[in-house]
Design a protein around this ligand. Structure first.
Ligand SMILES: NC(=O)c1ccc[n+]([C@@H]2O[C@H](COP(=O)([O-])OP(=O)(O)OC[C@H]3O[C@@H](n4cnc5c(N)ncnc54)[C@H](OP(=O)(O)O)[C@@H]3O)[C@@H](O)[C@H]2O)c1
Length: 271
């Protein structure tokens, strides 16, 4: 059975991947994974392909075991794996709730790594793995510290994996957007120092990120930049001294321009 597996499919970029990939490619079934079952069902209702819904908290070991068992039972041929589940919290490490810090690492790093590893034996020879990294992976980011560090991991992990499995024909693409208009920002702001980042200039949309990511994945690129903004950030992170990079970030993160108007407050997850 030819399938796609998409985590974070209840919202934002993961949901967009589910909608666009189901139109663009042919699958027998799409596995949709996130915690909010009602939102996964909503995503499924817009898809013409058969779906299987896994309402799972990916910060838990048990959830990864559920997926491992499902793979063993079904023995699917995975043509597309998208690891889009993830979240961040704004504020200093000291100010953040310990559970948030732990869960950021568990979802963004641990679940992504373990699920990728579990899927590798089932990947189709020309299959694709797409991992959501971020422009925050390019440099140390005070007040998005742990989140940025998890995304540095995702970028490094994805690029090295792309190299390790290149001879199998499976591609690995790390997607590195700057701000995207999703539930990510209101979730990140719901923390004790949520106001420590207020400037969301150059925000883009999920469909732009996903269209470019699928194109880059089809072309076998290891990294996908949705537009020029992350490219410029990456170049600056290479040429500017470290303390100058952080000084610039600390200046712009506070600017109360382009504030995000919370569009989904009543639907936000618990996190
Ligand atoms: N938006 C941005 O500015 C931006 C920029 C760069 C990179 N990214 C990355 O893009 C990816 C998608 O984020 P988004 O912007 O689409 O944000 P989003 O709308 O908040 O979506 C996050 C998704 O992750 C899922 N998720 C979170 N915690 C989970 C958990 N414990 N178990 C299972 N699923 C969980 C959520 O589902 P449930 O709540 O239903 O569990 C949701 O489907 C993330 O990895 C994010 O780090 C986002």
């Amino acid at each position: 059975m030819r399938i796609a597996i998409i985590t974070g499919a209840s919202s934002g970029i993961g949901r967009e991947f589910a909608l666009v990939a189901s139109e663009k490619y042919k699958f027998d079934c799409i596995w949709l994974i996130a915690r909010r079952e009602d939102r996964l069902r909503e995503t499924a209702s817009f898809i013409n392909t058969r779906t299987r819904i896994f309402s799972l908290d990916l910060s838990l070991d048990l959830s990864l075991r559920v997926l491992e068992k499902a793979l063993e039972e079904e023995k699917p041929v995975i043509h597309l794996l998208v690891n889009a589940a993830g979240f961040g919290k704004f504020g200093s490490v000291e100010s953040q709730y310990t559970d948030d810090v732990k869960n950021m690492i568990d979802v963004n790093v641990r679940a992504l790594t373990v699920l990728t590893k579990l899927c590798l034996p089932y990947m189709a020879p020309n299959g694709a793995i797409i991992n959501m990294a971020s422009a925050s992976s390019f440099l140390p980011l005070p007040y998005m510290n742990v989140y940025g560090a998890t995304k540095s991991y995702v970028l490094a992990f994805s690029r090295a994996l792309a190299d390790e499995i290149r001879n199998t024909g499976v591609t690995v693409t790390a997607v590195c957007p700057y701000w995207v208009s999703t539930e990510f920002i209101p979730v990140a702001k719901r923390s004790p120092q949520g106001e420590s980042i207020n400037n969301f200039l150059f925000m883009t949309y999920p469909f732009k990120v996903v269209d470019k990511a699928l194109l880059d994945s089809d072309n076998g690129f290891d990294v996908s930049y949705p537009n020029g903004v992350p490219v410029i950030i990456k170049m600056l992170s290479r040429v500017l001294p470290d303390d100058m990079q952080r000084a610039i970030w600390n200046k712009i993160r506070y600017l109360r321009i382009f504030r995000y108007n919370q569009r989904f407050p009543e639907q936000l997850p618990l996190q």
